[in-house]
Structure formats: structure tokens, C-alpha cells
Write a protein that binds this ligand. Structure first.
Ligand SMILES: Cc1cc2nc3c(=O)[nH]c(=O)nc-3n(C[C@H](O)[C@H](O)[C@H](O)COP(=O)(O)OP(=O)(O)OC[C@H]3O[C@@H](n4cnc5c(N)ncnc54)[C@H](O)[C@@H]3O)c2cc1C
Length: 422
């Protein structure tokens, strides 16, 4: 009997645990370790930050559901991974041994790379639901005394969609409150152009998103290297395409939300031979670390190369569809190994996403993720906003019940009318 430990109960780890149990049944032990006692549906965080959702709406308590599924749950933080004796050291002092480890720890949010940024500083964040709850508190203060807003993404960010979503969602809320006229808005991004999205664009994302920003009176600065933030003031170096300084900006703000640089979490990044220099887990085509072959990884914590080199560093996004397929491949491969066979399953590295824009939305498909592509389109419409609400309900319901089948594959592909990707 093998012990499979899944580290992290996010969009990657929780479905992976359910699917692993389904695949391996009673024959093997499965343990899920997560520092929080609940799962958070991260894609809904922008809605929490404007009060359209509460934390409870988008959270799933883990203990009772996992007990029913006969998956052991430990609410604790893993502080050290000992690859020599295949064990984990937890914050509580407990030690856990594993035969196979699946790392799905998401990102470390590296606010420290830009002094003054982040919830401990002067900018809000929507990266965790707790951050989004705090962002909403700040937002409520802000609307009593509105002024300039700066929203965007800092150097080494690898997830740009939520920054655009939040800008358009906030713009919608301000319009509905009839105070938009008091709020100059600026979108500040490390992307080389609007709509790059860490993917070197998808279809006409550049033209469409630029046009949307203009239509919504949102100014923008690209190739933006945010260097520091002070109370009410953001300092930004705008670079040219050669990476040289083009202009320095001092942007006053009454409210700001900036996505930070993503890195690997400390417990993972500190394991010698496991990660790239930014702390992301190196994996082969079967999601398995080449040095420690009993360690697999899925989600934002895996190392994938940037789609293109940009004057201000940016990373490639890892979106839900791709993450789900990574988890499914891991389950297949660990099952194969336990049956004495070789791992063979591979994830689908395509970017497919529904992005909300307040009262409308944008859907994109980039297949494969790195251009030139076989399929590339970017479409807008109110139907995307509705589809995203439907998807949120569907995903959270599945998590509460103990998901066992492909959520993204069924819902997103179904919504977009795509039968099969490859
Ligand atoms: C605001 C936002 C919106 C997004 N919206 C979308 C979207 O609409 N569509 C889309 O496809 N993608 C979206 N993404 C991208 C991606 O789908 C999400 O980031 C997703 O949550 C990533 O899943 P994950 O499992 O890799 O990491 P996470 O969901 O971050 O989960 C990681 C888990 O590991 C736990 N953990 C970390 N370290 C430890 C430790 N040492 N010990 C114990 N537990 C630990 C964390 O507490 C967390 O529960 C969004 C990302 C963000 C930030």
C-alpha cells in the first residue's frame, strides 16, 4: 500500500485528491495537506473585492467532505520537504512520510520585490480571498472619498487576466454608483503591450482590450516596471522595446490593486535540485520532477518557460483548464507506476479562459500556448459574463460534493462549443 500526499488544496490540489481517490480506491492511502481549513475558488476573488461575493460564497470547508471521501486531511503548513527520506516537516512539528508527493502549492506572492506594495503596504491584492476581503474594505473607504485609481501587474507577474478583470469590474461598479466621473483610472502593466497576457497575445486581444480600455476611459502604461509604492503614490519606470528607460511616472492614487510577482513557496523553493531559480518545480512531460521521480507537480507552482522575452519580465499564465489536465495526468501516471508500468499521460498545455469584465466578458483560446498556434481566438460578449457565473457555481458545487470528473473539459469546452482540443 502506497501513501500519496498531495500538498495544497487549491484549484490543482483538491480536484487531484478527489480524482486520485477515485482512481486508486481503498488500495492506497491519500493525504491532503493545506494550510487553510478551506478551499478558495480564486477566480471569484475579483468579485469579492467589490462585494459581489462573500468569502463564504466561494469557500469550501475541507475536513468533513474529505472525511466522507476517505481522504486524510491535515490542516497545517509544510515547512520542509526532505527528499532523502521522503518526509515532510509540518509547522506543528509533525512529520509525514510519503511514497509519492504531489506539489500543488500555487504561488508565493512576492510583494517584497516592490517596496511598499501589497496588503502590508499601500496596494490591495485579489490573489487570495483574504486579500480580496481586505481589498473590499479599502474599496468601501475609497468610495466615500473617491480619487485616482491605479490597477495592474508588477514585474514578474504571470497572471494578467485578473488585473484586467478587476479594472473593468471596478469601472462597472463606479459607473453604477454614478461616481465614475470622480475617478481617473490608469492600468499599469509589465506586459509589452495591452492584451499580451503573458501569451504574446491571443487572436486580437491587443486590439480588443486596448479598444475596451479606451472605451471605458482607462489610461494605460505598458512595459511598466513598478519600482516602489508610497502612501498614495506609485513610482513606475516605463521602458522602451529595447528595455531602456523611456519615461518615469509618479502616479498619485486613492486606491490601487496590483498583482505581484509570482515565485515558488519557501518550502518548495528551498529543496535543492527541485526548482528553477524562481522556485517553480521543474517537471518532465509527465508532470514528474526529473531528479526526484516520486515527486509530481501541478498548477501555478510548476516551471514553464515564458512564451516570449519581454523588456520588463513577465511569466506565462497557468490557467484552470491546463491545471486540471495536469492533475488528471498525475493521477494516471501515479496509478501506472503503482501497477508497475511507466508514466505515459501528458497534460494539455493550452490556455483557455473566461474573463469577466463587469457586465460583459472575454473568452480566449490559445492552442498551443506558444505561438504559432493551431487555434487562436478572443471573443467578447455578455454571454461570457453569464458563463463565468455559471462556471463558478458548477465548480464550487462539484468541490462541495467531491468532484470526480473533468469540470473544465465539460463546462468550458461545452460553453465554447469545442468538441475536443487535440
Ligand atoms: C485573482 C486570480 C484570478 C484567477 N482567475 C482565473 C480564471 O478566471 N480562470 C483561470 O483559468 N485561471 C484563473 N487564475 C489562475 C489559476 O487558475 C489560479 O491561480 C488557481 O487558483 C491556481 O491553482 P493552484 O492549485 O495552482 O494554486 P492555489 O489555488 O493558489 O492553491 C495552492 C494551495 O496550496 C496551499 N499551500 C501553499 N503552500 C503551502 C504549504 N507550505 N503548506 C500547506 N499548504 C500550502 C495554499 O494555502 C493554497 O490552498 C486566477 C488567478 C488569480 C490569482
Amino acid at each position: 500500500m502506497a501513501h500519496i500526499v498531495i500538498l495544497g488544496a487549491g484549484v490543482g490540489g483538491l480536484p487531484c485528491a478527489y480524482e486520485m481517490k477515485e482512481a486508486l480506491g481503498k488500495n492506497h492511502d491519500i493525504t491532503l495537506i493545506n494550510e487553510r481549513d478551506h478551499f478558495q475558488f480564486t477566480p471569484s476573488n475579483p468579485w469579492v473585492a467589490v462585494g459581489w461575493r462573500t468569502q463564504d460564497n466561494i469557500s469550501v470547508p475541507l475536513a468533513s467532505i474529505l472525511e466522507k471521501k476517505k481522504i486524510q486531511f491535515i490542516q497545517d503548513r509544510v515547512d520542509k520537504i526532505n527528499t532523502k527520506d521522503n518526509s515532510l516537516e509540518l509547522k506543528s512539528g509533525q512529520a509525514i512520510r510519503y511514497d509519492y508527493l504531489v506539489i500543488s502549492t500555487g504561488p508565493k506572492l512576492a510583494f517584497e520585490e516592490v517596496p511598499g506594495s501589497g496588503p502590508q503596504g499601500y496596494t490591495a491584492s485579489i490573489c487570495t480571498t483574504e486579500h480580496a476581503v481586505n481589498a473590499y474594505k479599502k474599496f468601501n473607504e475609497f468610495i466615500k472619498n473617491p480619487g485616482p485609481v491605479v490597477i495592474g501587474a508588477m514585474p514578474f507577474a504571470s497572471c494578467f487576466g485578473p488585473a484586467y478583470e478587476f479594472a473593468f469590474i471596478m469601472e462597472t461598479v463606479l459607473r453604477k454608483k454614478r461616481i465614475r466621473n470622480k475617478v481617473p483610472m490608469t492600468f499599469v502593466t509589465s506586459e509589452p503591450y495591452i492584451g499580451h497576457l503573458g501569451l504574446d497575445g491571443v487572436g486580437d486581444s491587443k486590439g480588443m482590450l486596448e479598444s475596451d480600455l479606451r472605451n471605458h476611459n482607462i489610461n494605460f502604461i505598458t512595459n511598466a516596471k513598478t519600482t516602489k509604492v508610497e502612501d498614495g503614490m506609485m513610482y513606475v519606470d516605463e521602458l522602451n522595446d529595447e528595455g531602456e528607460l523611456k519615461k518615469q511616472h509618479e502616479l498619485p492614487f486613492s486606491y490601487s490593486m496590483m498583482l505581484p510577482s509570482f515565485k515558488g513557496v519557501d518550502a518548495v523553493a528551498s529543496v535543492e535540485g527541485l526548482c528553477n531559480p524562481r522556485g517553480f518545480v521543474i517537471i518532465d512531460k509527465y508532470q514528474r520532477n526529473p531528479t526526484f521521480t516520486n515527486i509530481y507537480s501541478a498548477g501555478v507552482c510548476v516551471a514553464i518557460p515564458p512564451v516570449s522575452t519581454t523588456p520588463v519580465p513577465t511569466g506565462a499564465p497557468k490557467t484552470g483548464y491546463m491545471i486540471e489536465s495536469m492533475a488528471t495526468a498525475i493521477v494516471e501516471n501515479i496509478k501506472s507506476e503503482l501497477e508497475g508500468k511507466q508514466p505515459h499521460a501528458r497534460a494539455t498545455w493550452n490556455a483557455i479562459c473566461l474573463a469577466d469584465m463587469g457586465d460583459t466578458g472575454a473568452a480566449f483560446v490559445a492552442l498551443p500556448q506558444i505561438p504559432p498556434r493551431n487555434v487562436t481566438w478572443f471573443k467578447k460578449g455578455k454571454w461570457v459574463h453569464q458563463a463565468k457565473i455559471g462556471f463558478e457555481k458548477y465548480f464550487i458545487r462539484k468541490m462541495r460534493k467531491g468532484y470526480t470528473d473533468s469540470i473544465y473539459e465539460k463546462f468550458i469546452l461545452g460553453t465554447l462549443g469545442i468538441k475536443k482540443l487535440e
